[in-house]
Design a protein around this ligand. Sequence first.
Ligand code: DC
Length: 219
Amino acid sequence: MNASDSNHFAIAIDGPAASGKSTVARLLAQRLGLVMVNSGAMYRAVTWKALGEHIDPHDSAAVANLLHRIHIDCGHDGISSTITIDGVDPGDELRCEKVNANVSAISAIPEVRAALIGLQRGFTQHSNVVMEGRDIGSVVFPDTPYKIYIDAAEEIRAARRKAAGEVDSIASRDAADSSRQTAPLVVAHGATRLDTSDLTIDGAVDASIEILRHQGLKV
Ligand code: DC
């Protein structure tokens, strides 16, 4: 429907770290029978690979060079997206402290974004998707009518991350993701904001479906 020769559509879910966007995207995809694509996992996988090769995440030339040497394979299992690099699935390592601390630097590199955006758009050649990230409504699928910006108060987001047992400086990651030059986190044109601070998970999914109905999705 946009940015590709596709007949399929994308629902774009963007927002800061731990805003609830992954959970909402996953449950929305389940309810609507769509594939959930976690674009952050793609930036995390490149970060995991760079760290494994002892590449400085701030050395954009070295990271761009790495991209030419590796094979990133994106797919889905019918429910959510999958990713391997050179045939290896990084699994739980995608959410380790070191990846959390370095993923914003890697995702600020224009060559990384260009490579991953192409792969992200590729999903709609075969499937209708709910894709979550930071620039899905603004850059990856700017023409989709279905866009939600999910937010929550910072202390609530930090508490959610801690409850999940993760070490993650969400404030510094948000600052970096919002201030980078290429595709910063913004409320995309046409997106509806949803604050999940006081919502249950089911409440957030119900509210998202209502937003999508208003945006014209037949659900
Ligand atoms: O959604 P997440 O927290 O797993 O994302 C990890 C990082 O990846 C995030 O801090 C910024 C980057 N990212 C991005 O730049 N663009 C996206 N569409 C998704 C994630």
